[in-house]
Design a protein. Structure first.
Length: 319
Protein backbone atom coordinates (compact mmCIF):
# COMPACT_ATOMS: atom_id res chain seq x y z
CA UNK A 1 0.00 0.00 0.00
CA UNK A 2 2.79 2.41 0.93
CA UNK A 3 4.64 1.68 -2.32
CA UNK A 4 1.49 2.28 -4.36
CA UNK A 5 0.90 5.60 -2.57
CA UNK A 6 4.47 6.72 -3.23
CA UNK A 7 4.17 5.81 -6.90
CA UNK A 8 0.93 7.76 -7.13
CA UNK A 9 2.54 10.74 -5.43
CA UNK A 10 5.53 10.61 -7.76
CA UNK A 11 3.33 10.41 -10.86
CA UNK A 12 1.18 13.35 -9.72
CA UNK A 13 4.33 15.36 -9.01
CA UNK A 14 5.75 14.55 -12.45
CA UNK A 15 2.52 15.74 -14.04
CA UNK A 16 2.62 18.92 -11.96
CA UNK A 17 6.19 19.59 -13.05
CA UNK A 18 5.17 19.09 -16.67
CA UNK A 19 2.49 21.75 -16.25
CA UNK A 20 4.96 24.07 -14.50
CA UNK A 21 7.39 23.60 -17.40
CA UNK A 22 4.61 24.41 -19.87
CA UNK A 23 3.85 27.49 -17.74
CA UNK A 24 7.49 28.56 -18.20
CA UNK A 25 7.44 27.89 -21.94
CA UNK A 26 4.50 30.28 -22.33
CA UNK A 27 6.46 32.87 -20.31
CA UNK A 28 9.42 32.47 -22.67
CA UNK A 29 7.16 32.68 -25.73
CA UNK A 30 5.56 35.93 -24.61
CA UNK A 31 8.88 37.26 -23.33
CA UNK A 32 10.25 37.16 -26.87
CA UNK A 33 7.67 39.78 -27.92
CA UNK A 34 6.95 41.80 -24.79
CA UNK A 35 8.97 43.09 -21.80
CA UNK A 36 9.25 40.35 -19.19
CA UNK A 37 7.80 42.54 -16.43
CA UNK A 38 4.80 43.37 -18.60
CA UNK A 39 4.16 39.66 -19.09
CA UNK A 40 4.43 39.16 -15.33
CA UNK A 41 2.03 42.04 -14.65
CA UNK A 42 -0.73 40.73 -16.89
CA UNK A 43 -0.20 37.10 -15.87
CA UNK A 44 -0.49 37.97 -12.18
CA UNK A 45 -3.42 40.30 -12.89
CA UNK A 46 -5.30 37.50 -14.65
CA UNK A 47 -4.35 35.03 -11.92
CA UNK A 48 -5.88 37.26 -9.25
CA UNK A 49 -9.54 36.14 -9.74
CA UNK A 50 -8.47 32.48 -9.65
CA UNK A 51 -6.39 32.93 -6.53
CA UNK A 52 -9.22 34.86 -4.89
CA UNK A 53 -11.55 31.90 -5.40
CA UNK A 54 -9.06 29.80 -3.47
CA UNK A 55 -8.19 32.16 -0.64
CA UNK A 56 -11.86 32.87 0.05
CA UNK A 57 -11.84 29.36 1.53
CA UNK A 58 -9.35 30.45 4.19
CA UNK A 59 -11.18 29.64 7.44
CA UNK A 60 -8.83 31.66 9.63
CA UNK A 61 -10.45 34.93 10.79
CA UNK A 62 -8.52 38.15 10.56
CA UNK A 63 -7.42 40.95 8.26
CA UNK A 64 -4.54 41.60 5.87
CA UNK A 65 -2.58 43.19 8.72
CA UNK A 66 0.42 40.92 9.36
CA UNK A 67 1.21 39.71 12.86
CA UNK A 68 4.92 39.73 11.97
CA UNK A 69 5.30 42.75 9.68
CA UNK A 70 9.09 42.53 9.36
CA UNK A 71 9.10 38.91 8.19
CA UNK A 72 6.07 39.45 5.94
CA UNK A 73 7.78 42.50 4.38
CA UNK A 74 10.89 40.40 3.72
CA UNK A 75 8.77 37.58 2.27
CA UNK A 76 7.02 40.13 0.02
CA UNK A 77 10.22 41.73 -1.27
CA UNK A 78 12.04 38.47 -1.98
CA UNK A 79 8.90 36.96 -3.52
CA UNK A 80 8.60 39.88 -5.93
CA UNK A 81 12.33 39.71 -6.74
CA UNK A 82 12.04 35.95 -7.39
CA UNK A 83 9.05 36.41 -9.68
CA UNK A 84 10.63 39.24 -11.64
CA UNK A 85 13.93 37.39 -11.85
CA UNK A 86 12.45 34.13 -13.10
CA UNK A 87 10.26 35.80 -15.74
CA UNK A 88 13.21 37.83 -17.02
CA UNK A 89 15.56 34.83 -17.00
CA UNK A 90 13.11 32.65 -18.95
CA UNK A 91 12.74 35.39 -21.56
CA UNK A 92 16.53 35.72 -22.01
CA UNK A 93 18.20 32.33 -21.52
CA UNK A 94 17.74 28.74 -22.73
CA UNK A 95 15.18 26.90 -20.62
CA UNK A 96 17.53 24.19 -19.40
CA UNK A 97 20.12 26.74 -18.29
CA UNK A 98 17.52 28.67 -16.28
CA UNK A 99 16.34 25.50 -14.56
CA UNK A 100 19.88 24.44 -13.75
CA UNK A 101 20.43 27.75 -11.94
CA UNK A 102 17.02 27.68 -10.21
CA UNK A 103 17.78 24.18 -8.95
CA UNK A 104 20.38 25.77 -6.66
CA UNK A 105 17.51 27.00 -4.45
CA UNK A 106 17.58 23.93 -2.13
CA UNK A 107 21.29 24.52 -1.57
CA UNK A 108 20.56 28.13 -0.61
CA UNK A 109 17.70 27.01 1.66
CA UNK A 110 20.15 24.79 3.52
CA UNK A 111 22.53 27.72 4.04
CA UNK A 112 19.84 30.25 5.01
CA UNK A 113 18.20 27.83 7.44
CA UNK A 114 21.25 28.09 9.71
CA UNK A 115 20.88 31.78 10.73
CA UNK A 116 17.10 32.00 10.32
CA UNK A 117 15.90 28.65 11.65
CA UNK A 118 18.85 27.68 13.82
CA UNK A 119 19.27 24.54 11.71
CA UNK A 120 22.30 22.36 12.33
CA UNK A 121 23.97 21.34 9.08
CA UNK A 122 26.43 18.48 9.28
CA UNK A 123 29.42 17.76 7.04
CA UNK A 124 27.39 15.60 4.64
CA UNK A 125 24.95 18.36 3.72
CA UNK A 126 27.74 20.96 3.70
CA UNK A 127 29.59 18.78 1.21
CA UNK A 128 26.46 18.59 -0.95
CA UNK A 129 26.04 22.38 -0.80
CA UNK A 130 29.65 23.00 -1.85
CA UNK A 131 29.36 20.47 -4.68
CA UNK A 132 26.09 22.03 -5.84
CA UNK A 133 27.54 25.54 -5.87
CA UNK A 134 30.45 24.24 -7.94
CA UNK A 135 27.80 22.88 -10.30
CA UNK A 136 26.32 26.39 -10.59
CA UNK A 137 29.77 27.71 -11.55
CA UNK A 138 30.04 24.98 -14.19
CA UNK A 139 26.72 26.10 -15.69
CA UNK A 140 27.66 29.79 -15.55
CA UNK A 141 31.30 29.09 -16.60
CA UNK A 142 32.48 32.64 -15.89
CA UNK A 143 35.27 33.67 -18.24
CA UNK A 144 34.30 31.05 -20.82
CA UNK A 145 31.02 32.76 -21.72
CA UNK A 146 29.68 36.27 -21.39
CA UNK A 147 27.46 36.47 -18.33
CA UNK A 148 24.22 38.29 -19.09
CA UNK A 149 21.52 39.99 -17.06
CA UNK A 150 19.50 36.81 -17.51
CA UNK A 151 22.05 34.85 -15.48
CA UNK A 152 21.94 37.43 -12.70
CA UNK A 153 18.13 37.35 -12.80
CA UNK A 154 18.06 33.54 -12.51
CA UNK A 155 20.42 33.68 -9.52
CA UNK A 156 18.24 36.38 -7.93
CA UNK A 157 15.17 34.19 -8.52
CA UNK A 158 16.87 31.21 -6.85
CA UNK A 159 17.94 33.34 -3.89
CA UNK A 160 14.49 34.91 -3.60
CA UNK A 161 12.75 31.52 -3.73
CA UNK A 162 15.09 30.10 -1.10
CA UNK A 163 14.63 33.07 1.21
CA UNK A 164 10.86 32.88 0.82
CA UNK A 165 10.90 29.19 1.69
CA UNK A 166 12.95 29.70 4.85
CA UNK A 167 10.88 32.71 5.98
CA UNK A 168 7.65 30.73 5.53
CA UNK A 169 9.18 27.90 7.55
CA UNK A 170 10.16 30.43 10.22
CA UNK A 171 6.66 31.88 10.41
CA UNK A 172 4.96 28.49 10.46
CA UNK A 173 1.29 29.08 11.23
CA UNK A 174 1.86 32.41 12.94
CA UNK A 175 0.45 34.19 9.87
CA UNK A 176 -2.71 33.60 7.88
CA UNK A 177 -2.11 32.07 4.44
CA UNK A 178 -4.16 34.96 3.05
CA UNK A 179 -1.59 37.45 4.37
CA UNK A 180 1.35 35.45 2.99
CA UNK A 181 -0.28 35.13 -0.44
CA UNK A 182 -1.79 38.58 -0.87
CA UNK A 183 1.07 40.86 0.14
CA UNK A 184 3.49 39.51 -2.52
CA UNK A 185 0.72 39.80 -5.12
CA UNK A 186 0.08 43.41 -4.13
CA UNK A 187 3.80 44.16 -4.12
CA UNK A 188 4.11 42.59 -7.54
CA UNK A 189 1.28 44.74 -8.93
CA UNK A 190 3.02 47.89 -7.70
CA UNK A 191 6.49 46.95 -8.96
CA UNK A 192 5.51 45.55 -12.36
CA UNK A 193 2.77 48.15 -12.85
CA UNK A 194 5.36 50.90 -12.37
CA UNK A 195 7.57 49.23 -14.99
CA UNK A 196 4.83 49.68 -17.60
CA UNK A 197 5.54 53.42 -17.56
CA UNK A 198 9.09 52.67 -18.74
CA UNK A 199 8.44 50.00 -21.36
CA UNK A 200 4.98 48.98 -22.54
CA UNK A 201 3.81 47.33 -25.75
CA UNK A 202 0.09 46.84 -26.44
CA UNK A 203 -0.78 43.15 -26.20
CA UNK A 204 -2.95 41.39 -28.76
CA UNK A 205 -5.95 39.46 -27.47
CA UNK A 206 -4.45 35.99 -28.18
CA UNK A 207 -1.37 36.99 -26.20
CA UNK A 208 -3.50 38.17 -23.29
CA UNK A 209 -5.15 34.76 -23.42
CA UNK A 210 -1.70 33.18 -23.14
CA UNK A 211 -1.03 35.35 -20.09
CA UNK A 212 -4.24 33.93 -18.59
CA UNK A 213 -3.04 30.44 -19.50
CA UNK A 214 0.09 31.05 -17.41
CA UNK A 215 -2.16 31.75 -14.42
CA UNK A 216 -4.28 28.62 -14.99
CA UNK A 217 -1.31 26.31 -15.46
CA UNK A 218 0.35 27.57 -12.29
CA UNK A 219 -2.75 27.04 -10.17
CA UNK A 220 -3.60 23.58 -11.57
CA UNK A 221 0.01 22.46 -11.13
CA UNK A 222 -0.07 23.69 -7.55
CA UNK A 223 -3.14 21.60 -6.73
CA UNK A 224 -1.62 18.53 -8.39
CA UNK A 225 1.44 18.99 -6.21
CA UNK A 226 -0.77 19.16 -3.12
CA UNK A 227 -2.32 15.83 -4.10
CA UNK A 228 1.16 14.43 -4.73
CA UNK A 229 2.39 15.32 -1.24
CA UNK A 230 -0.78 13.94 0.31
CA UNK A 231 -0.36 10.66 -1.56
CA UNK A 232 3.37 10.02 -1.16
CA UNK A 233 6.24 10.63 1.22
CA UNK A 234 7.86 14.06 0.89
CA UNK A 235 11.30 12.51 0.42
CA UNK A 236 9.94 10.65 -2.62
CA UNK A 237 7.87 13.48 -4.09
CA UNK A 238 10.34 16.36 -3.61
CA UNK A 239 13.03 15.13 -6.06
CA UNK A 240 10.44 14.99 -8.84
CA UNK A 241 10.97 18.74 -9.31
CA UNK A 242 14.17 17.92 -11.16
CA UNK A 243 12.17 16.30 -13.96
CA UNK A 244 11.62 19.84 -15.21
CA UNK A 245 15.08 19.66 -16.81
CA UNK A 246 13.76 16.90 -19.07
CA UNK A 247 10.74 18.96 -20.04
CA UNK A 248 13.02 21.95 -20.59
CA UNK A 249 15.29 19.94 -22.88
CA UNK A 250 12.36 18.70 -24.98
CA UNK A 251 10.49 22.01 -25.07
CA UNK A 252 13.67 23.98 -25.78
CA UNK A 253 14.55 21.77 -28.73
CA UNK A 254 11.01 21.63 -30.17
CA UNK A 255 9.93 25.25 -29.80
CA UNK A 256 13.11 27.31 -29.57
CA UNK A 257 15.80 25.28 -31.32
CA UNK A 258 17.84 25.06 -28.10
CA UNK A 259 20.47 22.34 -27.78
CA UNK A 260 22.03 21.35 -24.46
CA UNK A 261 25.75 22.00 -24.20
CA UNK A 262 28.13 19.88 -22.14
CA UNK A 263 28.74 22.42 -19.30
CA UNK A 264 24.98 22.80 -18.72
CA UNK A 265 24.50 19.01 -18.65
CA UNK A 266 27.46 18.49 -16.32
CA UNK A 267 26.58 21.40 -14.01
CA UNK A 268 22.90 20.45 -13.85
CA UNK A 269 23.84 16.86 -13.01
CA UNK A 270 26.00 18.03 -10.10
CA UNK A 271 23.33 20.46 -8.83
CA UNK A 272 20.54 17.89 -9.09
CA UNK A 273 22.64 15.21 -7.41
CA UNK A 274 23.44 17.59 -4.56
CA UNK A 275 19.79 18.56 -4.14
CA UNK A 276 18.60 14.96 -4.08
CA UNK A 277 21.28 14.08 -1.53
CA UNK A 278 20.18 16.94 0.73
CA UNK A 279 16.55 15.77 0.51
CA UNK A 280 17.65 12.23 1.32
CA UNK A 281 19.69 13.37 4.33
CA UNK A 282 16.81 15.48 5.63
CA UNK A 283 14.43 12.57 5.16
CA UNK A 284 16.64 10.41 7.37
CA UNK A 285 16.42 12.95 10.19
CA UNK A 286 19.82 13.19 11.87
CA UNK A 287 20.95 16.78 12.44
CA UNK A 288 17.98 18.28 10.61
CA UNK A 289 15.34 19.41 13.08
CA UNK A 290 13.45 21.58 10.57
CA UNK A 291 13.79 19.63 7.30
CA UNK A 292 13.78 23.00 5.51
CA UNK A 293 14.23 21.75 1.94
CA UNK A 294 11.57 19.04 2.16
CA UNK A 295 9.15 21.37 3.95
CA UNK A 296 9.63 24.19 1.45
CA UNK A 297 8.46 22.12 -1.54
CA UNK A 298 10.68 24.27 -3.69
CA UNK A 299 9.37 25.59 -6.95
CA UNK A 300 10.71 28.90 -8.26
CA UNK A 301 8.54 31.74 -6.98
CA UNK A 302 6.65 33.46 -9.82
CA UNK A 303 3.70 35.08 -7.96
CA UNK A 304 1.43 33.68 -10.71
CA UNK A 305 1.86 30.19 -9.23
CA UNK A 306 0.96 30.36 -5.50
CA UNK A 307 3.20 28.37 -3.20
CA UNK A 308 1.89 24.87 -2.65
CA UNK A 309 2.68 24.92 1.08
CA UNK A 310 0.30 27.87 1.50
CA UNK A 311 -2.40 26.51 -0.81
CA UNK A 312 -2.45 23.29 1.20
CA UNK A 313 -3.20 25.20 4.40
CA UNK A 314 -6.20 26.85 2.73
CA UNK A 315 -7.37 23.66 1.04
CA UNK A 316 -7.46 21.08 3.86
CA UNK A 317 -7.99 17.41 3.00
CA UNK A 318 -11.46 15.97 3.17
CA UNK A 319 -12.25 14.30 6.48
Amino acid sequence: METASNVRGAVLALLAMGLYATHDVVIKTLGAQYPALQVLFFSSLLSFPLVMLVIMRDPTPGTLRPANPGWVALRTVVGVVAGMGSFFAFSQLPLAQVYAILFSAPLLVTILSIPILGERVGPHRWGAVVAGLIGVLIVLRPGAQALELGHAAALAAAMGSATTAVVLRKLGRAERPLVLLMWPMLGNFVATGASLALDYRPMELPHLALAGLIACLGLVAGFLLILAYRAGEAAIVAPMQYSQILWATAYGWIFFGEVLDLPTVLGATVIIGSGIYIVWREGRGGNSANRPVIASRIRAETVTAPRTSLLQRIWPPRP
